[in-house]
Write a protein that binds this ligand. Structure first.
Ligand code: ATP
Length: 583
């Protein structure tokens, strides 16, 4: 089973995701440890040189050369192994990031389309981009550094113990002092200050974002002082919190730094060593290894402290990645059934985005082939939600949406998208050529067909005006207006030529061209198609075969447009209130 299938099977914990890379992790750690241990050789060589040279009697030159060679060899091995570990660590990092991105892509390909709202797009960009990259320290540095941080001091300690156990214990005093201070960093007051610090940072960040994002509105409505004031008060608030945080942390942090600092370590070793030498229980040359290796004992503790922030950030990033991987996918049928025809039926459909808040409350509706159904209703009545059920952006909580006699849940997604296309207001265009954007559903479409669809969607002339015509890259060579983007997406749907078409008539970009394009497309397409349109204009409603009036998630009126208007019921009243009918 490969890693992507593993996710499908619900195996999403970090260790399981990293399992395929265990050997590489081990190799990185082993190389790093060997390199770090070899790094002790030059130090030990200096110690041995000192002891040999300071010893009474003639100097054994051959022994000296041997020691120097061993020290140099150690240095070389250290360089080679550290470089190899770092290189392999970074390759591994690349592989793990690729695994994460593949897992994310696989999962995102299967979550309900409706899950991708505008807000989510920003968050997702962060998860797939920044957060995956933030895992770097965890993968490339942590395994080796962590293991070396324990192994190197341990080997040094064992060596020092063989020389003099009393001075070894004295050498450990700075490390013990620093570790003893750690609980002070975790006092409830410190944790609270840390939380307040994070919250104050968050307030600054959000007030900056608010200020920058809303700058045009703020300026236009003369509220710049108020918005600015909000930012300033967030900064004042941060400064106060920061002082409290620093006051609490700085004493402890300074104490730890002092305990681990080289002068303090040297002082402790010198005082302990000198008193042992004076009492005659330590040879003066034996003080040397303690002075050299003692410094090495505290360095990993300090290094771990520095890496801690990076590691914490990486841990939080992994958490956000897992949140995305944990989104429930839209189940694909094990044995897809092919629909017979394209009659659409909604049977007692109930749906809510959140538990306990129904947006659609029991919709029964039949869309016959060859008809156009217009959905109307006040803002928030559930129109978009209703039409989004047809391309299976979500599954209903209760009831079913049936296409050609088959529940959408039984139809494979490929088959479904060959039958249903949609044009919504929230148009997404790819950073690709205009032609590729139109031919998204039919990648091998002939240019003539692309052009025909573009003409029908009233966008052909505009495309010819673009710098490279149909080869113009959207988002790079040109940025289209909202109405143009919607017409392009209409051309895309027209080229896909599906028997079911779902449209949300533009409100935001209500330019006459887009309006005309949609009406003309609806009139030309017609034929045997099943069309559903959220109508905002009376002309569109008048062209439809059936009107469905939604209110608060329920259908309150339905029928032919002229009949409904004549009936003077809810639809006529609503339309009049919208200024669609003379009062
Ligand atoms: N992605 C979402 N997550 C949570 N709630 C949502 C989401 N989309 C819509 N809603 C809520 O569902 C309800 C119906 O919204 P919907 O967009 O379907 O109505 P609408 O009739 O199309 O409104 P409008 O004409 O203003 O677009 C609203 O209360 C809305 O706040």
């Amino acid at each position: 089973m490969n890693a992507i299938d593993a996710v499908g099977a619900g195996e999403r914990s970090l260790p399981r995701m990293l399992r395929p890379h265990v050997r590489s992790f081990a190799a990185v750690a082993i190389l790093q440890v060997v390199g770090a241990l070899a790094g002790l050789a030059p130090l030990l060589a200096v110690v041995e040189l000192g002891r040999t040279l300071l010893a009474p009697g003639p100097v054994d030159e051959a022994h000296l050369w041997w020691v120097v060679t061993a020290g140099a060899a150690g240095l070389l091995v250290r360089l080679l192994f550290t470089a190899a570990s770092s290189g392999l660590g970074h390759v591994l990092d690349g592989q793990v990031q690729l695994t994460f991105r593949r897992l994310l892509a696989a999962r995102l390909g299967r979550v309900p389309i409706g899950w991708f709202s505008r807000r989510r797009t920003g968050e997702l960009a962060k998860v797939v981009g920044e957060d995956v990259s933030a895992v770097h320290p965890l993968i490339a540095h942590a395994p080796g550094e962590l293991v070396s941080a324990f192994v190197v001091p341990l080997v040094s300690l064992i060596y020092l113990f063989t020389i003099d156990w009393r001075l070894t214990l004295i050498t450990l005093i700075p490390v013990v002092l620093a570790i003893a201070l750690v609980p002070l960093l975790m006092l409830p007051a410190r944790t609270r200050e840390q939380e307040e610090f994070d919250a104050a940072m968050g307030r600054i960040a959000s007030s900056v974002v608010e200020f920058v994002q809303g700058i045009s509105v703020v300026k236009a409505f003369g509220g710049s002082e108020r918005a600015h004031g909000k930012f300033l008060s967030a900064v004042d608030d941060f400064v106060r919190t920061f002082f409290r945080w620093v006051r609490g942390m700085s004493l402890v942090a300074a104490g730890m730094q002092l305990a681990l600092s080289p002068p303090f370590v040297l002082l402790v070793v010198l005082i302990g060593g000198t008193s042992l030498i004076r009492s005659g229980s330590l040879a003066p040359a034996d003080l040397l290894p303690f002075l050299l290796l003692g410094l090495g004992l505290t360095a990993p503790v300090a290094a771990l402290g520095h890496g801690f922030d990076d590691m914490q950030a990486a841990g939080r990033a992994v958490g956000r990645i897992r949140e995305v991987l944990d989104v429930e996918p839209l189940p694909e049928p094990a044995h897809p059934v092919a629909p017979q025809g394209h009659r659409v039926e909604l049977r007692d459909v109930r749906f809510g985005y959140e538990d306990g808040r129904e947006v659609l409350r029991g919709i029964d509706l039949v869309l016959e082939p060859g008809t156009c159904t217009a959905v109307v209703g006040p803002s928030g009545s559930g129109k978009s939600t209703l039409v989004q059920l047809l391309p299976r952006f979500f599954d209903p909580d209760h009831g079913s949406v049936v296409l050609g006699g088959v529940d959408l849940r039984e139809i494979g997604s490929r088959q479904l998208y060959r039958m249903v296309s949609f044009v919504f207001q929230d148009v997404r265009l790819l950073r690709a050529s205009v032609a590729d954007n139109i031919a998204l559903a039919v990648p091998h479409a002939e240019r003539d067909d692309v052009v025909r669809a573009a003409r029908l969607a009233h966008i052909h002339d505009r495309i010819l005006e673009l710098p490279h015509g149909y080869e113009t890259v959207i988002g790079e060579d040109v940025k289209l207006s909202g109405g143009e983007a919607q017409r392009l997406s209409l051309a895309r749907a027209l080229l896909a030529d599906t028997p079911v078409l779902v449209l949300d008539e533009a409100t935001a970009f209500a330019d006459p061209q887009t309006e005309q394009a949609i009406r003309q497309a609806l009139a030309t397409l017609g034929g045997d198609r099943t069309i559903m349109v959220i109508a905002h204009r009376l002309e569109t409603v008048a062209d439809a075969d059936t009107v469905v009036m939604l209110e608060n998630g329920s259908i309150v009126e339905r029928g032919r447009p002229a009949e409904l208007l004549a009936r003077e019921g809810r639809f006529a009243a609503f339309w009049r209130s919208q200024g669609g009918l003379p009062g």
